[in-house]
Design a binder for this molecule. Structure first.
Ligand code: ATR
Length: 284
C-alpha cells in the first residue's frame, strides 16, 4: 500500500514564512486568486523563527510545498540556504519567493522590483523611463529592488537620497554607472527636471512621521510613486495629485510582486484587477 494513499496529489501548498507573519497581506492576495481560479490548493501563514529558517526551508519538498514567500526577517538569510538564486535576487541582495523544483531543489528570486515596475506601468502607462532623471528616497531593501528594476528598465540616471548617506553610497556603489547620491537635507532642490519621484522610506506610513518634502520644483508632468500603502493616499501623493502630477500608490507593488510566485506554484498567471484591490483593502 502506498504511503500517499488518501492524500490528494493534485492539492498544491504554498505560504509565507516570516517572524512575525500575522500582519502579512500575502494570504489575502493568494487566497483571493485561489478562490477566483478554483485552484485546489492553499496559501498559509508560516511563522518561522530566524534560527529555524534553514530547517523550515529544507523541509518544504518533503512536506509537499510548491514554494513560499519570504518576509521580514528572512529575505537575506534565505540566500545562504537555498540551492539557486536568480540574477535579480543576487543583484538586489535579498529574495522573497522560493520555488521547489525538480529533485527538491530550492530556487529563490526577488519579485519586488518586478512588482514595482508592473505597478508603475499599470498606473502611469505614459511614463517613459528611458528619459529623464529618477529620484529615489530611501536606501533600504525596497529601494534596492526598485533601483535594480529601474536600471533594467533603462533609467539613464537614478539619484538616491537617504537619511543615512552611507547607505545611499553603498547602494550606488552596488548599482554602478547610472546612479548617484544627493544629500537628504537638500532633497527638495534635486526635484527639478526629474520625471519620476519614488518614496521607498517608511515616512507617510500610518504611525510614522510624514515625509517633509517641498515638491514645488518637481515638473508637473513628473510621476510620483509611494510604496507606502497604509494609508493608500499618503500626504506626498495627495500633494502631488493636487498640483497635477500622475500618482502611483503602494498597493499595486504589493499585488504585482505576488504574480510570479502564484504562477510558478499554482500554474496560472493571476490578474491584478479592481476586485483584488478591493478584497485586499477590505481585509485590512
Ligand atoms: P525596507 O527594507 O522596507 O526598505 P529598511 O531597510 O528599514 O526597510 O529601510 C527603511 C528606509 O526608510 C530607509 O531608507 C530609512 O533610512 P535610513 O537608512 O537612514 O535608516 C528610511 N527611514 C526610516 N525612518 C526614517 C526617518 N525618520 N527619516 C528619514 N528616513 C527614514
Amino acid at each position: 500500500m502506498s504511503g500517499t494513499e488518501g492524500v490528494d496529489q493534485s492539492f498544491i501548498k504554498a505560504g509565507v514564512m516570516g517572524w512575525p507573519v500575522a500582519h502579512s497581506r500575502s494570504p489575502s492576495v493568494h487566497g483571493f486568486w485561489l478562490k477566483t481560479y478554483g485552484i485546489n490548493g492553499s496559501y498559509e501563514r508560516l511563522p518561522v523563527k530566524p534560527e529555524d529558517l534553514a530547517g523550515a526551508l529544507r523541509a518544504l519538498p518533503e512536506q509537499g510545498y510548491a514554494g513560499v514567500n519570504l518576509t521580514v526577517p528572512h529575505k537575506e538569510a534565505a540566500m545562504t540556504i537555498v540551492d539557486e538564486i536568480s540574477l535579480e535576487g543576487r543583484r538586489i541582495g535579498a529574495v522573497n519567493t522560493v520555488f521547489v523544483t525538480d529533485g527538491g531543489r530550492l530556487t529563490a528570486t526577488n519579485t519586488d522590483g518586478y512588482g514595482f515596475l508592473a505597478s508603475l506601468k499599470n498606473a502611469a502607462p505614459e511614463l517613459d523611463l528611458k528619459s529623464g532623471r529618477v529620484i529615489v528616497l530611501g536606501a533600504g531593501g525596497a529601494a534596492r529592488a526598485i533601483c535594480v528594476a529601474l536600471q533594467d528598465a533603462g533609467a539613464p540616471e537614478i539619484c538616491i537620497i537617504n537619511r543615512t548617506n552611507a547607505r545611499a553610497e553603498t547602494l550606488v556603489h552596488d548599482l554602478g554607472g547610472t546612479s548617484n547620491v544627493a544629500p537628504w537635507a537638500e532633497r527638495a532642490g534635486y526635484l527639478k527636471g526629474a520625471n519620476l519621484l519614488v518614496n521607498t522610506t517608511i515616512l507617510g506610513m500610518k504611525g510614522q512621521a510624514t515625509l517633509d518634502l517641498d515638491i514645488r520644483s518637481l515638473p508637473p508632468e513628473a510621476t510620483v510613486a509611494d510604496i507606502v500603502y497604509v494609508p493608500l493616499d499618503t500626504p506626498l501623493l495627495a500633494a502631488a495629485r493636487a498640483r497635477g502630477n500622475t500618482v502611483v500608490n503602494g498597493l499595486g507593488m504589493l499585488l504585482f510582486q505576488a504574480q510570479p510566485g502564484f504562477e510558478g506554484w499554482f500554474g496560472k498567471r493571476p490578474e491584478v484587477n479592481a476586485a483584488l484591490r478591493a478584497h485586499v483593502l477590505a481585509a485590512g
